[in-house]
Design a binder for this molecule. Structure first.
Ligand code: DAT
Ligand code: MG
Length: 141
């Protein structure tokens, strides 16, 4: 079993798509291991996306990610990291494959509904950013 970290971004929450997106995620075989609703500050959003700090869109990204509440989740499935990237689709929704979450629900490259970790190593780091060990205990079923 592998874990990945997702965030239903502020645009997802504003558009009242939390349930629709989680439905897609669960139907694709992912288990929700941890979940909360929280609001990032410019400081914490900047830390989460520190890897992009030299990119031209960083300021816009930090502003967007701290613009309202978001819903981070730890998800578990075999091959979770790669399978979740497939499920959400390309960063730019205009390029995202038919039926992917970004293709169905996202408006733009900057406001693209959802985050997915890009490696198992980063998934672990990102999970620790939002959740304690006690919050990330899987239900055995
Ligand atoms: P992903 O979220 O698909 O892993 P990424 O890690 O390259 O994409 O970038 C992180 C986020 O930054 C992305 O979800 C949206 C934003 N972003 C990326 N490239 C962008 C661009 N060219 N213009 C505006 N926002 C961008
Ligand atoms: Mg990324």
């Amino acid at each position: 079993m592998e874990r990945t970290l997702t965030i239903l971004k502020p645009d997802c929450v504003r558009k009242q798509l939390i349930g629709a997106v989680i439905d897609k995620i669960e139907r694709a075989g992912f288990r929700v291991v941890a979940m909360k609703k929280t609001k990032l500050t410019a400081q914490t959003a900047g830390e989460f996306y520190a890897v992009h700090s030299q990119r031209p869109f960083y300021g816009e990204l930090v502003e967007f990610m701290s613009s309202g509440p978001c819903v981070p989740m730890i998800l578990e499935k075999e091959n979770a990291v790669a399978d979740f990237r497939t499920l959400i689709g390309a960063t730019d929704p205009a390029e995202a494959a038919e039926g992917t979450i970004r293709n169905l629900f996202a408006d733009s490259k900057g406001e693209n509904i959802i985050h997915g970790s890009d490696s198992a190593e980063n998934a672990q780091i990102e999970a620790g950013f939002f959740f304690s060990t006690e919050e990330a205990v899987r239900v055995n079923n």
